[in-house]
Design a protein around this ligand. Structure first.
Ligand SMILES: Cc1ncc(C[n+]2csc(CCOP(=O)(O)OP(=O)(O)O)c2C)c(N)n1
Length: 374
């Protein structure tokens, strides 16, 4: 697939450039099988349930903030299902679904949000910590890929980021380096139509995010980001190319349904009804706002005879149990020590850091940050 995204006639237009499976083909027209579809469904359901419980935990003051991913699960799940065990995942703050699919304990993800720095990573699963600053993880991903290449391994790297991140200098440096040094990395952009209050069409004048690949001499591809099977196909091809020294920029089209984070109120800057085709091109592509990845995959799997009522009920029940146990594990850990925020920053703390530590202790002596906890 090319980076072409600026219209054209008939099948040459942007819609034709978007790789899809659900709603377009059957499993018989893919190398994926019944168990692949079931596995994708299981991971989507767990990730959605995690998101719902995490939102509720934040609302009752258990953690200070949370960036929901409802509706975007398929991009992370599909990408992770394309990875090999020894590949590396470099996530950002909206990548919980990818991390869960990769095996990072859900309790750890919750405890990271609770304020425990030691619970931020997934070393056992070759998952880096979630990047909170925009795009800083991209040069890291290229560096990890270059290191894997120098060491002569066959490992590749998948890095996730939003559409807003593609406007950062770090994006340019990371993709440029990857192109020049043939780094085995796949840049997987989760284009959810918004960067907080900034809509996609104000983010870049480029016709698509994938089109940006051309400037770096690498391949750019677009995929239905609400279809984990299409994402898996695209990412599998992209990872094969990356292992061959040809990095790829993948643009997964999806939609941020909820607020940017629990601190955000999207009603102040967007009108859901007028938001049609924000991530896509209008016309023949699904409406990303309502094309729910779970509903779509479930209907697809039922049609393929891959899931029935009993399977669906069992998968939802197992997800409920897994998330409940993760929440119980996290809740049992107690409250983090605020000094842990400062201790790992420098070997010897700077005067400014000590001033900030004193300010925090002063604040905590006057306010109870856990007053909402029940
Ligand atoms: C370097 C940096 N600049 C600004 C911010 C504030 N910020 C947090 S999220 C965000 C928008 C990011 O949007 P996008 O990359 O599209 O990802 P999304 O949140 O939509 O998944 C911004 C500007 C930040 N975290 N880091």
């Amino acid at each position: 697939m090319s980076t072409d995204g600026d219209g054209g006639d008939g099948d040459e237009g942007p819609a034709a450039d978007v790789h899809r499976l659900v709603g377009v083909r059957g499993l018989a027209d893919s190398w994926l099988g019944a168990e692949d579809a079931r596995a994708a469904y299981r991971d989507l359901v767990v990730a959605r349930r995690f998101d719902e419980r995490a939102m509720a935990l934040q609302r009752r003051g258990w953690m200070s903030g949370y960036p929901p991913h409802a509706g975007e699960e398929a991009t992370g799940v599909g990408a992770v299902h394309a990875m090999r065990e020894r590949d590396w995942l470099v996530p950002y703050y909206r990548s919980n679904a990818a991390q869960i699919a990769r095996g990072v304990p859900m309790a750890d993800l919750l405890l990271f949000r609770r304020g425990y720095p030691e619970f931020h990573s997934g070393e056992d699963h070759r998952v880096f910590p979630q990047a909170i600053p925009i795009a800083t993880q991209l040069p890291h991903a290229t560096g990890i890929a270059m290191a894997a290449d120098y060491r002569g391994t066959d490992e590749a790297v998948v890095v996730h980021f939003g559409d807003g991140a593609t406007s950062e200098g770090d994006f340019h440096e990371a993709v440029n380096f990857a192109g020049v040094f043939d780094a085995p990395v796949v840049f997987c952009c989760e284009n959810n139509g918004w960067a907080i209050s900034h809509p996609r069409e104000r983010q870049t004048a480029a016709p698509t995010i994938a089109a940006k690949a051309e400037a770096y001499g690498i391949d750019g591809r677009r995929v239905d980001g609400n279809d984990p099977l299409a994402v898996r196909e695209t990412m599998t091809d992209a990872l094969a190319a990356a292992r061959d020294g040809r990095p790829v920029l993948v643009e997964a089209l999806t939609y941020r349904r909820g607020p940017h984070t629990t601190a955000d109120d999207p009603d102040r800057y967007r009108d859901g009804d007028a938001d049609e085709g924000r991530a896509g091109d209008g016309g023949s592509l699904p409406d990303w706002r309502t094309a729910d990845p779970i509903d779509r995959l479930e209907a697809f799997c039922r049609g393929e005879g891959v899931l029935d009522d009993g399977d669906v009920a069992a998968i939802h029940e197992a997800a409920e149990t897994a998330v409940r146990e993760a929440v119980e594990t996290a809740e049992a850990v107690g409250r983090p020590d605020p000094d842990e925020l400062f201790d790992p920053v420098f070997a010897a703390p700077t005067p400014e850091l000590e001033r900030q530590r004193a300010d925090l202790h002063d604040f905590l002596s006057r306010h109870d940050p856990y007053e909402l906890e029940r």
